[in-house]
Design a protein around this ligand. Structure first.
Ligand SMILES: *[C@@H]1O[C@H](CO)[C@@H](O)[C@H](O)[C@H]1NC(C)=O
Ligand SMILES: *[C@@H]1O[C@H](CO)[C@@H](O)[C@H](O)[C@H]1NC(C)=O
Ligand SMILES: *[C@@H]1O[C@H](CO)[C@@H](O)[C@H](O)[C@H]1NC(C)=O
Ligand SMILES: *[C@@H]1O[C@H](CO)[C@@H](O)[C@H](O)[C@H]1NC(C)=O
Length: 963
C-alpha cells in the first residue's frame, strides 16, 4: 500500500508534469478530473443520444451523465457510458482520472487504440469495452492495474498476441478477449489467475496447444476457446476436472481425442457443452447423463462412433442436442432407442442427429417429444418407418429434415396443422400416395422438398396458398395431371421450382410469368404440351437457362422453319442456325444472352407449332439446394430461418467491415466472420456485376452434393434483402487460415504479420499439386453429375491449417448432365468467362466446356507453382507462352526456369553434404522434370491430347514417392 500511495508523486518525477508547474493545487485533484473528462468528451465525434450534453460548466462534473464520484472526495470513481452509441476515440487523458475504479464503455463505437495511460489507473477494478471497434494490441501497461477483477475486451478488433504479463493480474475473475484478431499461443502464465471464473478467448486466431497448467484454475465457471480454428493437440485432462464449470466451449478447433468416459461425474455443473467441429473420436460416454444440468450438447462434425446413450432423457434441462455429422450407429438396427427417453426432456427445442449411420425404425412415439421442439433433423441416415399420423402434436416445429433415409408410407394430412413449419424436407425416401391437400395450410412454408419419392396423383392446387414458398421441388415422382396455375404462379418463389421427371400433362399455365424473381425453373422430362407462354419473359430473374438436349435433330433440324428475323444480334447457337460465332465481348453480357435464348426458344416453339414436348430441357442448375440441409447444423438452420440472415452475417463480419475483409473473389468480396461457433469465410456477391447471381447458383449447385477433403466446403448460404432493401446473396465457407496459394506463390512474405509463414518447400508444392489433382479427379470422375470447375487458378486454391489444399470458388462451375463427361453443349459457353492465362484456348473460340478445359488450367497452374512465373507474366508475349517456355527448357534447362526459391532445395543441396544427399538431389531434379512434363502434357493446345486427371493423380503420386 505504502508504495502505491507514493505513486502519483513518483510518476511526477518521471513524467514531464507540465500541469503541475502551472497549478500545484490542481495536480491530481478534482480539476484534473474535470479537465480529463472534457478532453474525453472532445474526442467523441458522434453522440446520438446527447448523453454528454450536460458535460459543461452549468453542472458540477460529479453530476454529469455517466459520471459517479466518490462520496468522501470529489473524484471520479466510475465512468459509465455503456450503450450510448458514442463514436470516437478514448482519450489518453482518461489516465488522469486516478481514482477510477470502473470504466464501462461497452456497446459503443470507440475506435483507435486502448490508451496505455490506463495503466496508471492503479485503483481500477473493472474495464468493460465489449463491442466497440478498438484496434491495436492489448496494452501491456494495463497489466499494471493490479486491482483489476474484470478485463472485458470482447468483440473488438484487437490484434497481436496476448501479453504474458496478464498473468500478473492475480485478482482477475473475468478475462474476456473473445472475438478479436488475436494470434499466437494462449500464455501459460494465465494459469496464475487462480481466482478466474470466466475465461473467454473464443473467436480469435490463437494457435498451439492448450496449456496444461490451465487445469489449475479451479474457480473456472466458463472456459470458452471455441472458433479459433488453429488450436491443436488434446485437451488437458485436468480441464475436464474443474467441477464448478458451467460453460465448456472448445468447438471449432483442431483438437483431438476422446471425450473422457467420466465426463458426467467430473463436470457435474456443466450446462453448456460445445465440443463440435474438432477431431473427437470414440463414443459418447454414457456418464454424460449424470451431468444433470446440461442444457446444450453440441458435438456435430466429428468422428464419433457407437451408439447414442439410451438414457439421455435423464437430462431434464436439455434444450439443444446436436450430434449431426458424425459416424454414430451400430448397424444393428436399434440405434434410435435414445429417442424413447428423450420424451422426458420437456424443454427440448433442437434435436439433430442427421448425417450419421443410424439404423432403425422411427418410433411413432416420437410425437411425444417436447412440444417446444423447433428443429428436428434426422436426414441422411438409414432410418425406416414413416411420418407418424399425429405429427401435429409437435406443433411448434419449424423444420422437419427427414431426407435421404428409407422412409415409406404416406405424408399424413395432419402435417398441415403444424402452422409454423417453414421447411419440410423429405426428399430421397420412398414416400408414396398423394401429396395431402392440407399442405396448403402451411402458409409459413419457405421450402418444400418432396423430390425423389414415389408420390402419385396431382400437385395440389392448395399449394398456391403457401405464399412464402421460395423453393419447391417435387421432381422424380410419379405425379400426374396438369400443373395447377396456382402453383406455378406463386410470386414468392425466388430460388427454384422443379417439377421435372414426373408424368405431368397439359399446357404450361401463363401464370408462369408471376414468378418474376425465380432463378430456376425445371419442367423437363414430363408430358407437357402446347405452347410455351410468352409470359416467360416476365421471369426477369431467370438466370441460368441452357438448352442441353436441344438436339441437333428434332425441332432444330429443319432450320428453315425457324424464324430469327429481327434478331441480327444473335450469335452462337446450333450450327444449323448459321449465326455468327460469339466474340468475347458479347459473351460478357449475360442478361442479353438470356433474353435472346428465351426469344429463340419462343420463336422455335411457336413456329414449329404443335411440338409435343415443350422445353426440350430447360436444364436447371441448383434443383435441390435442400440437399445441403444435411451439412448444416441446427444453429445454422436457426440462423437461416429464424433470424434474418443478412443481419446475422452483417454482425458476424462487423457490418462487412474492411477490417474483416480477406479478399476479393471473382464476383464479390470475402470476409472473415464468426457464425455462432464457427469461424467462416463469407463471400458476398456483388450483384451489380453481371452473372453474379448465376455464379451464386452455380456454386450452390456444384457444391450441394459433392464432398471431398480437397474441396472447400460450403457451410451455408444466404439469399436475402439487405438493410437498404437490396437483394443480397452470400456464401459461407469453412475458413482457411493459410489463405490462397496465390499469396504463397507471389506475395512477398517478408512483412507478413503472420510470423510462422515461410516459403513453400518443394515437397509442400508437390503435395499441394496432388491435392488439387485429386479434387479435380473427384469432380470429373466421381461426382454425380460430373462437375467442370472452369476457373482453376492459384487464387482459387486455399490452404488450411495443415497446408492441405482445398479447391474453391465454384462460381463458374458447370454440371455435366451428359453421360459422357468429355462432351457438353457448346451453347453452355454463352456466358462463360474464365480467367485470362488459365482458360483453355478452345473456350475462347466458343468451344465446348469439358473436363479437358480444367486439365489445361491445372497444367498452367502446375508450371506456375514450380517456375514461380504467372502465365500472364510480361515475358510471355505472342510467340512465347508459359507452356512454350517450360517445354523448351526440359530437361536440361530446368535449373534456369525453376522458381528461384526452390533452387537451393532442389539443386544446391549436394554441396552441403554430397555424400548423403546427392542421390536425393538427383531425385529432386528428376521429380521436378517429371512434374513440369505433366504440366506440359496437361496444357496441350488440343483438348484430346491432354492427360486425364486420373492419370495425373497417379503420375504425381509416383513422383512424390521418389522424393
Ligand atoms: C475541488 O474541491 C474543492 C474542495 O473540495 C472544492 O471547493 C472545489 O469546488 C472543487 N472544484 C471542482 C472543479 O469541483
Ligand atoms: C444505436 O446503435 C444501435 C445498434 O447499432 C442502432 O440500432 C440504433 O439505431 C442506434 N441508435 C441511434 C439513436 O443512433
Ligand atoms: C493528463 O493526461 C494527458 C495525456 O496523457 C497529459 O498530457 C497531461 O499532462 C496529464 N495531466 C494532467 C494534470 O492533466
Ligand atoms: C507504460 O508502462 C511503462 C513501464 O512501466 C512506463 O514506462 C510508461 O510510461 C507507461 N506508459 C504510459 C503512457 O503510461
Amino acid at each position: 500500500m505504502e508504495s502505491r500511495k507514493l505513486l502519483p508523486f513518483t510518476l511526477c518525477l518521471l513524467l514531464p508534469c507540465t500541469y503541475f508547474t502551472l497549478s500545484h493545487s490542481a495536480k491530481f485533484g478534482n480539476d484534473t478530473d474535470k479537465l480529463a473528462l472534457l478532453v474525453f468528451k472532445n474526442q467523441i465525434t458522434h453522440d446520438p443520444f446527447a448523453t454528454l450534453s450536460n458535460w459543461n460548466d452549468s453542472v458540477h462534473f460529479c453530476r454529469w451523465n455517466g459520471v459517479i464520484c466518490g462520496s468522501r472526495h470529489e473524484r471520479v470513481v466510475v465512468l459509465d457510458l455503456q450503450s450510448k452509441n458514442l463514436t470516437g476515440t478514448i482519450s489518453p487523458h482518461i489516465g488522469n482520472l486516478t481514482f477510477l475504479r470502473k470504466v464501462r464503455l461497452r456497446y459503443n463505437y470507440f475506435h483507435g487504440k486502448i490508451p496505455e495511460e490506463m495503466g496508471r489507473l492503479y485503483r481500477l477494478q473493472a474495464i468493460g469495452l465489449t463491442q466497440n471497434l478498438l484496434q491495436g494490441e492489448i496494452p501491456v501497461n494495463l497489466t499494471q492495474c493490479l486491482e483489476l477483477r474484470i478485463l472485458d475486451l470482447v468483440a473488438n478488433s484487437l490484434e497481436g498476441r496476448i501479453p504474458l504479463e496478464l498473468g500478473k493480474l492475480e485478482k482477475l475473475t473475468e478475462l474476456g478477449l473473445a472475438a478479436n484478431h488475436l494470434i499466437g499461443p494462449i500464455p501459460k502464465s494465465l494459469a496464475n489467475l487462480t481466482f478466474l471464473r470466466e475465461f473467454s478467448l473464443s473467436e480469435n486466431r490463437l494457435s498451439g496447444n492448450i496449456p496444461e497448467e490451465l487445469g489449475q484454475l479451479r474457480q473456472l465457471r466458463m472456459f470458452q476457446i471455441s472458433s479459433n480454428g488453429l488450436l491443436t493437440g488434446s485437451i488437458p485432462a485436468q480441464l475436464f476436472n474443474l467441477s464448478l464449470m458451467e460453460y465448456f466451449g472448445i468447438s471449432e478447433n483442431q483438437l483431438i481425442g476422446e471425450i473422457p468416459p467420466d465426463i458426467g461425474f467430473t463436470l457435474p455443473n456443466v450446462r453448456i457443452l460445445l465440443l463440435g467441429k474438432n477431431h473427437f473420436y470414440g463414443s459418447i460416454p454414457s456418464s454424460i447423463t449424470n451431468a444433470s444440468k446440461l442444457e446444450w450438447i453440441f458435438i456435430p462434425f466429428g468422428q464419433l462412433t457407437g451408439s447414442i446413450p439410451q438414457e439421455l432423457g435423464k437430462l431434464k434441462n436439455l434444450v439443444r442436442l446436436n450430434l449431426g455429422m458424425n459416424e454414430l450407429g451400430n448397424e444393428e438396427g436399434n440405434d434410435l432407442g435414445f429417442l424413447s427417453s428423450l420424451v422426458n426432456c420437456t424443454k427440448l427445442e433442437v434435436l439433430a442427429f442427421n448425417n450419421n449411420t443410424l439404423t432403425g425404425v422411427l418410433p411413432s412415439h416420437i410425437t411425444n417429444l417436447s412440444s417446444n421442439l423447433n428443429y428436428l433433423l434426422m436426414g441422411a441416415n438409414r432410418i425406416s418407418g414413416g411420418i407418424p399420423n399425429d405429427i401435429q402434436k409437435l406443433e411448434n416445429l419449424i423444420l422437419i429434415g427427414m431426407e435421404k433415409n428409407l422412409f415409406t408410407g404416406q405424408i399424413p394430412a395432419s402435417i398441415g396443422l403444424i402452422k409454423n413449419l417453414q421447411v419440410l424436407s423429405i426428399f430421397g425416401n420412398k414416400f408414396s400416395g398423394e401429396i395431402p391437400q392440407s399442405i396448403g395450410n402451411l402458409t409459413s412454408l419457405v421450402e418444400l422438398g418432396l423430390d425423389d419419392n414415389s408420390l402419385q396423383g396431382n400437385i395440389p392446387s392448395t399449394l398456391g396458398n403457401c405464399q412464402n414458398l421460395q423453393r419447391l421441388s417435387v421432381a422424380n415422382n410419379s405425379l400426374s395431371g396438369t400443373i395447377p396455375k396456382e402453383v406455378i404462379g406463386i410470386p414468392s418463389i425466388t430460388d427454384w421450382l422443379v417439377l421435372s421427371a414426373n408424368k405431368l400433362t397439359g399446357p404450361i399455365p401463363v401464370e408462369l410469368g408471376k414468378m418474376r424473381q425465380i432463378i430456376h425453373l425445371d419442367l423437363s422430362d414430363n408430358r407437357l404440351s402446347g405452347e410455351l407462354p410468352s409470359s416467360l419473359v416476365s421471369c426477369e430473374s431467370l438466370e441460368f437457362l441452357y438448352l442441353s438436349e436441344v438436339p441437333e435433330g428434332g425441332i432444330f433440324k429443319n432450320a428453315s422453319e425457324i424464324s430469327i428475323v429481327g434478331n441480327g444480334n444473335l450469335c452462337g447457337g446450333p450450327a444449323a442456325l448459321h449465326l455468327q460465332k460469339c466474340t468475347p465481348h458479347r459473351v460478357h453480357s449475360g442478361k442479353l444472352w438470356r433474353r435472346l435464348y428465351i426469344r429463340i426458344l419462343i420463336i422455335l416453339i411457336v413456329s414449329v407449332g404443335t411440338c409435343a414436348i415443350l422445353i426440350c430441357s430447360i436444364l436447371i442448375l441448383h434443383r435441390r439446394k435442400t440437399v445441403r440441409r444435411n451439412d448444416t447444423t441446427p444453429a445454422d438452420n436457426e440462423k437461416k430461418f429464424q433470424k434474418i440472415t443478412y443481419a446475422e452475417l452483417s454482425r458476424a463480419t462487423d457490418g462487412f467491415s474492411s477490417a474483416k475483409k480477406i479478399g476479393t473473389g471473382s464476383y464479390g468480396s470475402v470476409y472473415k466472420g464468426c457464425s455462432g461457433e464457427l469461424l467462416v469465410a463469407v463471400k458476398v456477391l456483388d450483384l451489380q456485376q453481371r452473372g453474379a447471381s448465376k455464379s451464386f447458383i452455380a456454386e450452390c449447385e456444384a457444391l450441394r452434393s459433392i464432398r471431398h477433403r480437397n474441396l472447400l466446403k460450403i457451410v451455408t448460404s444466404c439469399s436475402s434483402i439487405d438493410f437498404a432493401g437490396n437483394e443480397f446473396k452470400a456464401l459461407v465457407y469453412d475458413y482457411m487460415p493459410n489463405g490462397s496459394l496465390e499469396k504463397w506463390l507471389h506475395v512477398d512474405n517478408a512483412d507478413d504479420q503472420n510470423s510462422g509463414r515461410r516459403e513453400l518447400s518443394f515437397v509442400q508444392r508437390v503435395s499441394i499439386a496432388i491435392d488439387i489433382a485429386q479434387a479435380l479427379d473427384y469432380l470429373h470422375h466421381h461426382a454425380d453429375p460430373p462437375v467442370v470447375h472452369c476457373d482453376l487458378k492459384p487464387s482459387n486454391v486455399l490452404l488450411d491449417n495443415d497446408m492441405t489444399a482445398h479447391v474453391g470458388d465454384f462460381g463458374l462451375a458447370r454440371l455435366l448432365h451428359d453421360k459422357n463427361p468429355q462432351i457438353q453443349s457448346s451453347l453452355s459457353t454463352g456466358a462463360f468467362k474464365g480467367s485470362i492465362g488459365y482458360v483453355a484456348p478452345e473456350y475462347g473460340m466458343a468451344g465446348e466446356i469439358s473436363t479437358r478445359g480444367d486439365v489445361y488450367s491445372f497444367g498452367i497452374l502446375v508450371m506456375e507453382m514450380f517456375t514461380g512465373k504467372k502465365p500472364t507474366d510480361e515475358m510471355f508475349m505472342e510467340d512465347l507462352s508459359l507452356h512454350g517456355y517450360v517445354n523448351r527448357s526440359i530437361p536440361d534447362g530446368v535449373a534456369e526456369i525453376v522458381d528461384s526459391k526452390l533452387l537451393e532445395e532442389v539443386f544446391h543441396h549436394q554441396y552441403i553434404n554430397r555424400a548423403t544427399t546427392s542421390r536425393k538431389q538427383n531425385n529432386a531434379q528428376e521429380c521436378l522434370t517429371s512434374i513440369l512434363k505433366i504440366g506440359i502434357l496437361c496444357s496441350a493446345e488440343q483438348p484430346r491430347e491432354r492427360l486425364d486427371m486420373e492419370e495425373v493423380v497417379v503420375k504425381l503420386q509416383s513422383v512424390r514417392k521418389m522424393i
